[in-house]
Design a protein around this ligand. Structure first.
Ligand code: AP5
Ligand code: MG
Length: 217
């Protein structure tokens, strides 16, 4: 059981880290920090950071560790992280995990738990290639499992529905390969620190959330 709420959401692409973050935020007032969302916002704004990140994201590769860790470090220092936070999609490499420890120490914080969302590659590929989202508010849908009422517009804000460029079958396969090579060692890393909580993400969203709530009650 986790008493405080400084969390890392760890897991392969498509496991549901973003979906379950959104569901948890409807119940808990904590800060959501998704490095993927930050990069997509920077790309939209055509910033220098966005232009640099796009090259990596389009190839299914990771953005360099120092860039991501610096970005997360300054975000974690902000006051809205006092109430607890979810780090969604960070860290993704062992060096990033070490950099995270250093950044947390700098701002006087620590991790309470790492939630590992487990799912098999076949499930992940099916989810990723069917994922669509809203251009305006970012809400995530799935053409098979959680479709918007109207295939072309967002249920919440009427924004245009689109598919992420890195959700093509080939790039999704590349991202899974990168996950297995570079990110999956973090499971053992956090297990050794007694911070890892394993959740089966291949069940209904409501059941995944219920399992998570049991862990962080
Ligand atoms: P990022 O955006 O973080 O992508 P990711 O980790 O590849 O994860 P996804 O967002 O694809 O999956 P998710 O687990 O959030 O699943 P979701 O909830 O959407 O990163 C993108 C890129 O940015 C990276 O490839 C990299 O280049 C760069 N980057 C980001 N962080 C970085 C870092 N730390 N270091 C370096 N580079 C970094 O769900 C997926 C689909 O499944 C949706 O359609 C959803 O509706 C559906 N779904 C979810 N749950 C269920 C369920 N229970 N049942 C059925 N369907 C479900
Ligand atoms: Mg996500």
């Amino acid at each position: 059981m986790i008493k405080k709420k400084n969390l890392v959401f760890l897991g392969p692409p498509g496991a549901g880290k973003g979906t379950i973050s959104e569901a948890l935020l409807a119940k808990e007032d904590i800060t959501h920090i998704s490095t993927g969302d930050i990069f997509r916002a920077e790309i939209k704004a055509q910033s220098e950071l966005g232009k640099m990140a796009k090259d990596y994201i389009d190839k299914g590769q990771l953005v360099p560790d120092e860039v991501v860790a610096g970005m997360v470090g300054s975000r974690l220092a902000q006051d809205d992280c006092d109430k607890g936070f979810i780090l969604d999609g960070f860290p993704r490499t062992l060096p990033q995990a070490e950099m995270l420890s250093a950044e947390l120490e700098k701002c006087g914080r620590s991790l309470d738990g790492v939630i590992y969302f487990a799912a098999a590659d076949e499930v992940l590929l099916e989810r990723l290639t069917a994922r669509v989202l809203c251009k305006k508010c970012g809400k995530v849908y799935n053409k098979i499992f959680m479709p918007p009422k109207n295939a072309e517009v967002c249920d919440d804000c009427n924004g245009e529905i689109y598919q992420r460029s890195d959700d093509s079958l080939d790039t999704a396969k590349d991202r899974l390969k990168v996950y297995h090579e570079q990110t999956s060692p973090l499971i053992e890393y956090y297990k050794k620190q007694d911070l890892l909580f394993d959740i089966n993400s291949v069940q209904d969203k409501a059941d995944v959330l219920a399992d998570l709530l049991k862990v962080i009650a």
